[in-house]
Design a protein around this ligand. Structure first.
Ligand code: HEC
Ligand code: HEC
Length: 410
């Protein structure tokens, strides 16, 4: 079970950058976000966050020495591997799913597209031993490094007061999760307008798009908002008609066969990332509940304009494609039949062309300032690999001068 959650004020990279002395003092909350929930048994400390940052970037934790968490959750790409459709791990092996951003994932109640991991600490152990991600056979090589590398030895001693065999994956995962809880970003133009009252922060088109989002588009029923903040996710799972059509005819045979394999010991984490059919089962692979076939976790929409392509399988290239998919009532091509398990919340919307454009403009207003520089890159795929210095160093403990984002670091 997930440990009890204790809300604390957000310690963002920016506030940490501007002075670690501020820890414990009231920290400025990014506009539009609630306090980050922190489990009681893993409190944030500056040293632990810095250790997690180092672990997150350590390529030695992969079988080829070439892949770290940051390979697929790259700070220069808003903590994704955009524009890849599905992620590339060791030896360029591709998995079945699109890498979601780590930004604001601290607010999720369950992790992964199908929610198979119960908390952030648990999540961090899986990519290391997934055959198409970091590819280690077990966690021993990680422990070998953190127990012998002098810098790690000193840091684990300082942070956890543990050394040698006392250092286990539990501490490694706790440090990574602590770092991830600082990867938080609000303050978008939308936030400045809606929560900050600045009428000039967004265009009239964005305001119209927000209205479509709330009313005719029915988007807010799943991408939820609160009175004083918006995570744009209900933390639930819905079949919105993405991917599942590919296995529709095979479900009667394949779903029971998957369950048989699962009860015989098949690892769900490995199965869903290596077998395209298993991937499309969605939440069903975890809960075994028939009506959750093809259901995936509602994505946050924050920073969505810089993390194309979209959906669990990366199948939709642009935000316009996404809106058209919804407008068609949960099918990407207008006349395709809808799947048997489609959420009742998805139906044709009859949006006009102008309304579609407005909705896209609204989603584009959800980009936080520290990732705005990446907008240009993703709008022009040819320039995606151009080395950008924006947010090149989000290390929450880097000296302020080292932050390439010109003081706008997280
Ligand atoms: C090879 C690319 C790759 C690597 C390496 C990788 N990830 Fe991921 N990450 C993904 C993909 C793809 C998913 C979605 C998988 C799924 O949902 O089944 C994901 C999901 C996540 C999520 C869940 C986010 C959410 O919305 O629920 C977190 C958090 C995360 N990764 C953190 C990490 C950490 C920490 C590491 C290193 C220990 C790591 N990742 C290594 C590709 C990668
Ligand atoms: C019934 C619930 C529901 C409704 C209504 C809904 N969404 Fe979604 N949305 C989801 C789920 C679930 C996903 C992830 C689905 C997947 O990957 O298969 C998603 C994914 C997305 C994504 C992709 C995010 C990413 O990072 O890949 C965007 C963009 C999006 N929705 C926008 C919208 C808009 C705009 C509307 C209104 C027109 C809308 N949604 C209505 C549940 C919903």
């Amino acid at each position: 079970m997930a440990p009890p959650i204790q809300p604390v004020r957000v310690a963002t990279c920016a506030t940490l950058l501007s002075g670690l002395v501020a820890m414990g003092a009231a920290l400025a909350q990014p506009l539009g976000l609630p306090p980050v929930p922190v489990p009681q048994n893993n409190p944030q400390t500056p040293e632990k966050i810095a250790l997690g940052d180092k672990l997150f970037n350590d390529k030695r934790f992969s079988s080829t020495g070439e892949v770290s968490c940051a390979t697929c959750h790259d700070p220069k790409k808003a903590f994704t591997d955009s524009p890849l459709v599905t992620s590339e791990g060791i030896n360029k092996l591709t998995g079945t799913r699109n890498a979601p951003t780590v930004i604001n994932s601290a607010y999720f109640k369950l992790f992964f597209w199908d929610g198979r991991s119960l908390d952030m600490e648990d999540q961090a152990q899986h990519p290391i031993v997934n055959p198409v991600e970091m590819g280690l056979v077990n966690h021993d090589p990680v422990l070998q490094i953190v127990r012998t590398d002098p810098d790690y030895v000193a840091r684990f001693k300082k942070v956890f007061n543990k050394e040698g065999e006392q250092v286990t994956m539990k501490e490694v995962q706790q440090a990574i999760a602590s770092f991830e809880r600082t990867i938080v970003a609000g303050d978008s133009p939308f936030d400045k307008w809606h929560y900050g009252g600045d009428e000039k922060a967004v265009s009239e088109q964005v305001k119209r798009g927000f209205n479509v989002f709330l009313t005719k588009g029915r988007c807010v029923s799943c991408h939820t908002m609160e009175q004083d903040y918006a995570l744009f996710t209900d933390n639930r799972f819905h079949n919105i008609g993405v991917g599942v059509n590919r296995i529709q005819a095979e479900i009667p045979q394949f779903a029971p066969a998957f369950l048989t394999a699962k009860s015989a010991g098949t690892d769900v984490d490995k199965a869903v990332l290596t077998n395209p059919k298993a991937s499309e089962l969605g939440r069903f692979a975890v809960t075994e509940t028939l009506d959750e076939i093809g259901a995936f976790k509602t994505s946050t929409l924050r920073n969505v304009a810089v993390t194309a392509p979209f959906m669990h399988d990366g199948s939709l290239k642009t935000l316009r494609d996404v809106v058209e998919h919804y407008n068609n009532g949960g099918v990407t091509k207008k006349d395709d039949p809808v799947n048997d398990f489609l959420s009742g919340g998805i139906r044709p919307l009859n949006l006009t062309d102008a309304e579609i454009s407005d909705l896209v403009a609204f989603m584009e207003s959800l980009t936080s300032p520290q990732f705005a520089a990446q907008k240009a890159a993703s709008a022009n795929p040819a320039s995606c690999n151009v080395k950008t210095t924006a947010v090149a160093n989000v290390s929450p403990v880097a000296p302020a001068g080292k932050s390439a984002s010109g003081g706008e670091g997280m």
